[in-house]
Design a protein around this ligand. Structure first.
Ligand code: ZN
Length: 816
């Protein structure tokens, strides 16, 4: 009865809206689930709702994708709440300071982060429509923030592809083309990055723009809608172990409350589902964990389907799975999430406040020092996360020393910084900075180590006492170039330096580099120092102005010198001071390469280094004249015997004449010892363990993990006299993603693992640890006039291992 009165009241106050609001099917002109809706049509529908029901829907364009599609957020709530949205937001954020009396539940629903998991955006339209029509009661105390499509470029790539290849009517036989997307699939964004691995690293424009909105709201509940394989039933919370230890009991328990509510609806419909398996809560860069480390109940929901499912497909057990089914399931969990959140708004607010009051951190401060460019890069990431930090200019600090993996001390004289956990984002600080995250179960979905001091190549101490920042007084001084100098010198030790060099080369400025340390005018310079002489650049009358302007852009300090006669080392006219060859780069895509690994290279060139590359697809690669290029990059992938004998001998000829191959990960197998070049796969360690008791069948998965390295950090040795390692110190922390290993090269080992192979952070199985002992990480081999550069580990992995990027730049610019 009360329920009847409630709805009656709504109808009286807002007689027009519910009656006139068009459903997605009415608006789009086809029944939802019978077509894939293109992104612009989705935008149209959301815009229509915001116009038709402005008192309950507020739409914001928060950014744009690489392919210029708009990124949208729709705020959906009661008229009262929409009218007071900014007040509600501010009141809610006061909870992070322990203040305020916030009462509204904030629920954020993110759809279609993986573009070809394409049901999500369709389901979002049904969900918003029902919230506005039949489920208005949830919105009295709840603000629902909907991102209808986190990855519009990927989703349209899938939808357009599907529309081009689908049968009419659609064919449910999985062998038909419409179910087999191929290499350039819609999962990732424009640059083939997985946006559901990017929440913490923010390498992609979608993530960078979204994080601002996310930090503006810090929702109580965040759902990331996904799809898994066609034969899987639905997955929803609670998640699988391992859980990161910072996850609170409430965050655990509330997932169960939500899961049980979803189960009620699924049970009533006879739908299948599973919980507590596969999808764990550890790696911080997901759409479930990242919100959790920011105080939310973060969850992943997985429908069976994805890019293979199309409008309908026969499953392994002979059922037909349709897009309509998939919409019904995501729609159900979406509404059920809002329902439970609305019922528990009070509790959510209390617990959210408590989360931000947590001061129970083992380490109170992380003290860092090192290369200023790397520190700046880290600061820029922290700013995006609204994590506070301060400078340090002196002092000695004790605690866990990252370099040794044990207790120690570190003194700071300049270029120091401190990040402490006594701030609203303290939990996130712990997760991102702690030397090693506690792993309760080694069977996990993703990498097990990411600690930022290692990723940014900084010396660091984790201190159990609070360290107060000091003012650094380190103002950036603009360095004025003396126009009458003989040469201009600048150091080489960061990605920023590589960007600077790339810009000089693009501007036609000729640059040399030194292969020997030298000193001049009382200053000393390391290997890799860039030497820009006037004599090399007489072709350009504006040379000095150009150099000055590029140096200003990159805030590069330039030392001018009036002579090429050094105090020690090699003079600038020496053969040890060589001209840097302008790279003409070709990268292989498609075929044997991995889309993600290719994408990392593509993104590195265009969005980080800002240097052009030619993408050569597998389909026609064998017809391309390599003579036009001097660098060929073979991204990681599954090559097998990709190159036949003729192609290998052509490749060798090209290298002999001066070409340079950069072979990454699995690409090394395509050209290794047996097939062409000098590198050799490490002989498999002899099985020393005698099997005494046969292993129970159910333990097979756990036994296999002994061979695995699930993304762990290892300390390696560096030969920084090797051009591949210019700008580095004598050791380097590498992120190892697997146990593939190669013997040391006869010469040219730039980075390698010695005997001690326990990871400093993350998981590595016992057999895998043995296997990578005495193995190559980065090295090069001279072959005729050319070189082959081997990258066993991936310095560009997900774009976040900042300190590895200089190896890649060295491979491009320093080896010749
Ligand atoms: Zn997914």
């Amino acid at each position: 009865m009360t329920r009847f009165l409630f709805f009656a009241a709504i109808l009286i106050v807002f007689p027009t809206h519910s009656q006139q609001l068009k459903s997605p099917s009415e608006f789009l002109g086809y029944e939802l689930g019978t077509e894939f809706t293109r992104h612009h049509e989705v935008v149209d529908y959301y815009e229509y709702l915001a116009e038709a029901a402005p008192d309950r829907v507020k739409l914001t364009v928060y950014g744009q994708t690489n392919e210029r599609r708009p990124l949208l957020l729709a705020y959906v709530s009661s008229p009262d709440n929409i009218a007071n949205l900014e007040t509600i937001r501010q009141e809610h954020l006061m909870s992070t300071q322990g203040n305020g009396n916030s009462t509204k539940a904030i629920v954020w629903l993110s759809y279609n982060v993986h573009g070809n998991e394409s049901v999500s955006t369709e389901a979002s339209m049904k969900t918003i429509y029902e919230l506005l029509t039949t489920k208005g009661s949830y919105l009295e105390n709840t603000v629902v923030i909907m991102d209808p499509c986190v990855n519009p470029d990927g989703r349209d790539r899938y939808s357009n592809w599907y529309n081009q290849y689908k049968n009419t009517p659609h064919q449910v036989d999985p062998n038909s083309k419409e179910h087999n997307e191929g290499w350039w699939n819609g999962r990732s964004n424009h640059y083939m990055f997985d946006l559901n691995r990017d929440w913490a690293w923010l390498t992609q424009v979608e993530s960078q723009q979204r994080i601002k909105m996310f930090n503006d709201w810090l929702p109580h509940v965040h759902v990331d809608f996904h799809e898994q394989g066609v034969d899987n039933p639905y997955y929803f919370a609670p998640a699988a172990e391992p859980y990161h230890e910072v996850i609170t009991n409430f965050q655990r328990d509330f997932q169960v409350i939500l899961g049980k509510n979803h189960a009620k609806y699924f049970d009533a419909n006879g739908w299948f589902y599973f919980t507590k398996e596969v999808f764990d809560l550890f790696y911080p860069s997901y759409g479930d964990t990242f919100p959790i480390y920011n105080g939310s109940i973060g969850m992943t929901y997985e429908q069976g389907g994805s890019g293979r499912a199309g409008l309908g497909i026969i499953t392994g057990i002979g059922d037909t799975l349709t897009l309509k089914d998939r919409i019904a399931h995501h729609f159900t969990t979406g509404l059920s999430t809002v329902e439970v959140s609305s019922q528990n708004a009070k509790k959510l607010n209390e617990e959210f406040k408590k989360f931000y009051q947590n001061q129970n951190f083992k380490y109170k401060s992380y003290v860092l020092k090192g290369n200023k460019d790397n520190l700046d890069a880290l600061k820029s990431l922290l700013e995006k996360h609204e994590i506070q930090f301060g400078d340090l200019s002196s002092g000695s600090y004790k605690g866990h020393a990252y370099g040794s993996g044990s207790n120690g001390s570190m003194s700071v004289d300049k270029n120091g910084m401190v990040v402490s956990t006594n701030q609203p984002k303290g939990t996130l600080v712990q997760v991102l900075f702690e030397p090693s995250a506690k792993l309760t179960d080694s069977l996990t979905y993703d990498i097990t180590a990411w600690s930022l001091p290692y990723a940014y190549g900084l010396e660091a101490i984790a201190s159990t006492s609070l360290v107060t920042p000091q003012s650094n007084g380190d103002a950036v001084s603009k360095s004025m170039i003396n126009p009458n100098s003989y040469a201009y010198l600048t150091d080489w030790n960061s990605l920023k330096d590589a960007k600077f060099l790339a810009e000089l080369l693009k501007e036609g400025i000729r640059v040399r580099k030194t292969d020997h340390p030298f000193s001049i005018d009382g200053k000393s310079f390391e290997r890799g120092t860039l030497i820009i002489t006037k004599g090399d650049n007489t072709h350009d009358p504006n040379f000095v102005q150009k150099l000055q302007s590029i140096a200003d852009t990159f805030q590069k300090e330039i030392v001018s010198t009036g002579t090429g006669f050094v105090d020690s080392g090699k003079d600038f006219g020496s053969s040890y001071v060589q001209m840097i060859t302008e790279p003409k780069i070709a990268v292989l895509s498609g075929g044997p390469t991995s889309t993600l690994r290719f994408g990392e290279i593509w993104h590195f060139f265009e969005q980080q280094l800002h240097y052009p590359l030619t993408v050569i697809d597998d389909e026609y690669a064998k017809r391309v004249d390599l003579g036009k290029y001097n660098i060929l990059i073979l991204p990681d992938g599954r090559y097998g015997n990709y190159f036949d004998e003729d192609q290998l001998s052509e490749l060798k000829d090209w290298v002999r004449k001066g070409g340079k191959i950069i072979a990454m990960g699995g690409a090394i197998n395509a050209i290794d010892g047996e097939k062409g070049f000098g590198i050799k796969v490490k002989e498999k360690e002899k099985e020393t363990e005698q099997i005494n008791t046969p292993l129970p069948y159910e333990d097979a998965e756990r036994e296999q993990i002994k061979d695995a390295i699930t993304g762990a950090i290892f300390k390696t040795k560096v030969d920084n006299t090797h051009p591949l390692a210019y700008g580095y110190g004598l050791d380097y922390f590498t992120l190892k993603l697997g146990s593939s290993s190669y013997d040391y090269l006869d010469g040219g080992n730039a980075v390698y693992i010695e005997d001690s192979t326990k990871p400093f952070s993350g998981f590595a199985g016992s057999k895998a640890q043995k296997k990578i002992s005495k193995s190559l990480v980065y090295g090069s081999e001279q072959f005729g006039k050319g070189h082959v550069i081997y990258m066993v580990d991936n310095p560009l992995f997900r774009g976040f291992w900042e300190n590895g990027k200089l190896f890649f730049a060295n491979a491009l610019f320093m080896i010749n």
